[in-house]
Design a protein around this ligand. Structure first.
Ligand SMILES: [Zn+2]
Length: 422
C-alpha cells in the first residue's frame, strides 16, 4: 500500500502520547502504527508537536471584511455608528468586489487551519441580495479547501425594515444555508419577539438551522435571549439554534443570568462569544467601572451549554484588527473571560475546535481511521504554548492533501550566557 502522507510523532488533541498517522486516498488509514511494508509519497516528522482535526470559525462577517480600507472612521466606537457608516458603502456594493474581499480573508482562514466556517451576510433593502451573491461566489471558489455555511443576517431589523423578510426567503432559495437574526434591533420588545417568530417561520420553511445576533448591548433590560430559548423549545429546534454575542448577559443580575442560562441549557442553544469585537465596542458609553461586554463564558460552560468563540470582524467599521486566526481569538478569550488554569485553557481549545463543530453540526470532526483526513499540526507542544505564541500552522492537511505550511525560520545573531542557542 502506498500512502499519500505519513505524519510521524504527532500529539493528537485529547490523546495521550504521540502517534504516527497514515493517510491514503483522502482518509486516515492508520493511527499509531504505520502499515507495514508501506511507502509514503510524503513523510512529515512532527517531532512531538500537537495537532487538531482543524479549527472551526463559527461567526464571521465576510461581506464586510476589509471594508475599513474605504470606510469612514467610527468616532464613537459604538455598534450603532459602525452599522450606520456602512450604509453608504453597502449601497454601492458589487458582487465581484464582495467575492474578492471575502476570498482574501478565506485564503488566510485556510492557511490558519480553519476547515469549517460560518459567515453571516447582511440581507436588507440597502444592499439587496448582492452581499449574499458575493459570498456564494466566494464559497464556490473555496469548495475543495474549506466548508462554508452562510447565514442570512437581517442587521437592519425585520419588522422595522420592510422588504427584509422577502429578501431573506429569496437568498435562502439561492443557496444561503442558515437563518440569521438581530432581534434587539427592533422598536419594541413586541417587535423583537415578532422578529424571532419570523426567523423560526423561515427556518421551518427551509428546514434550516438558526444563528442570531442576540442582545449585542450592555443594556441589562435586554430580554431577547430568553425569548429565543423559549421559542427554540416551542418550535422543537433544540440543538439547531445558535446565539452570538449575547453581551447583555454580562450585565444581568446574577439570579436572572442563572435563570436564562438554565433555559439555554434546556433549549440546547449553542453560544458564541466574540471577544475581539465586543471588548472593542461594548461599554463605550460607561464611565468607570466600565463593562467589557463579553458574555458569561465560564458560567455557560459550567452549566453544560455548548460555547464556541469566533472572530466576528476583520478590518471593518466595527473592529480595526483581526486576521481570522482561531488561536488569536482563543488568546483574547482567555484574557476576556479570565481562563488561565490548565483545565480552562484546554476548554478554550475545545471552543475553537470541537465546540464550534458541534454548533455548526459538522459531522465526524475527529482524527480516526476511516474519517476524512483533515489535520492541522501546530508548532507547539500543548494548548497553552499554542495560544501563547499563536503557533505557526506547521502543516495543514485537508481531505488528505497538504494545502498549506509555515516555514518560519528565526535566526539569533547574539549569544547570552544561560540561554540556549536558537
Ligand atoms: Zn457578528
Amino acid at each position: 500500500m502506498t500512502l499519500d502522507i505519513l505524519v510521524k510523532n504527532v500529539a493528537l488533541w485529547g490523546v495521550e502520547g504521540t502517534r504516527d498517522v497514515a493517510i491514503a486516498q483522502g482518509r486516515f488509514v492508520s493511527i499509531d502504527h504505520s502499515p507495514t511494508l508501506s511507502s509514503s509519497a510524503v513523510t512529515l516528522d512532527a517531532d512531538g508537536r500537537m495537532a487538531v482535526p482543524g479549527f472551526v470559525e463559527p461567526h464571521i462577517h465576510l461581506d464586510k471584511a476589509l471594508i475599513s480600507e474605504r470606510a469612514p472612521v467610527n468616532i464613537s466606537g459604538t455598534l450603532t455608528e459602525a452599522i450606520e457608516i456602512l450604509w453608504n458603502i453597502k449601497r454601492n456594493y458589487t458582487v465581484d468586489e464582495i467575492a474578492d474581499r471575502a476570498s482574501r480573508v478565506l485564503a488566510q482562514a485556510v492557511e490558519n487551519g480553519i476547515s469549517g466556517l460560518r459567515t453571516h451576510v447582511d440581507v436588507d433593502p440597502i444592499g439587496g441580495t448582492r452581499p449574499a451573491d458575493g459570498l456564494i461566489r466566494a464559497r464556490e471558489r473555496f469548495r475543495d479547501l474549506i466548508d462554508i455555511q452562510i447565514v442570512a443576517f437581517p442587521q437592519e431589523g425585520i419588522v422595522k425594515s420592510p422588504g427584509t423578510e422577502a429578501l431573506m426567503r429569496q437568498v435562502m432559495k439561492s443557496g444561503v444555508d442558515v437563518v440569521g437574526g438581530m432581534p434587539f434591533n427592533e422598536a419594541s420588545p413586541q417587535d423583537s419577539r415578532r422578529h424571532i417568530e419570523i426567523v423560526f417561520d423561515i427556518a421551518r420553511q427551509f428546514d434550516a438551522d438558526i444563528d442570531m445576533h442576540v442582545d449585542e448591548t450592555d443594556d441589562p433590560m435586554a430580554r431577547t435571549l430568553e425569548v429565543l430559548a423559549e421559542l427554540t423549545i416551542k418550535n422543537g429546534w433544540q440543538g439547531r439554534v445558535t446565539a452570538g454575542h449575547t453581551c447583555a448577559l454580562a450585565s444581568y443580575p446574577r439570579n436572572y443570568a442563572d435563570q436564562v442560562i438554565g433555559r439555554l441549557h434546556d433549549a440546547n442553544v449553542n453560544m458564541i462569544a466574540n471577544p475581539a469585537t465586543n471588548l472593542m465596542l461594548q461599554g463605550r458609553l460607561d464611565d468607570y467601572p466600565k463593562r467589557r461586554g463579553v458574555t458569561q463564558v465560564k458560567e455557560l460552560l459550567a452549566a453544560g451549554v455548548n460555547v464556541a468563540c469566533g472572530q466576528d470582524c476583520v478590518h471593518d467599521t466595527f473592529y480595526p484588527f483581526g486576521q481570522n486566526d482561531p488561536l488569536e481569538v482563543a488568546f483574547l478569550l482567555c484574557h476576556a473571560s479570565q481562563m488561565s488554569q490548565p483545565a480552562e485553557i484546554l476548554a478554550v481549545m475545545d471552543m475553537v475546535t470541537v465546540n464550534g463543530a458541534k454548533a455548526l453540526r459538522i459531522p465526524d470532526f475527529r482524527v480516526a481511521v476511516g474519517a476524512v483526513a483533515d489535520l492541522v499540526v501546530l508548532d507547539a507542544r500543548d494548548a497553552r504554548e499554542a495560544f501563547a505564541t499563536r503557533a505557526p500552522r506547521r502543516w495543514v492537511i485537508r481531505k488528505g492533501k497538504l494545502i498549506a505550511e509555515a516555514t518560519l525560520e528565526r535566526r539569533r545573531h547574539f549569544d547570552i550566557p544561560g540561554v540556549s542557542a536558537a
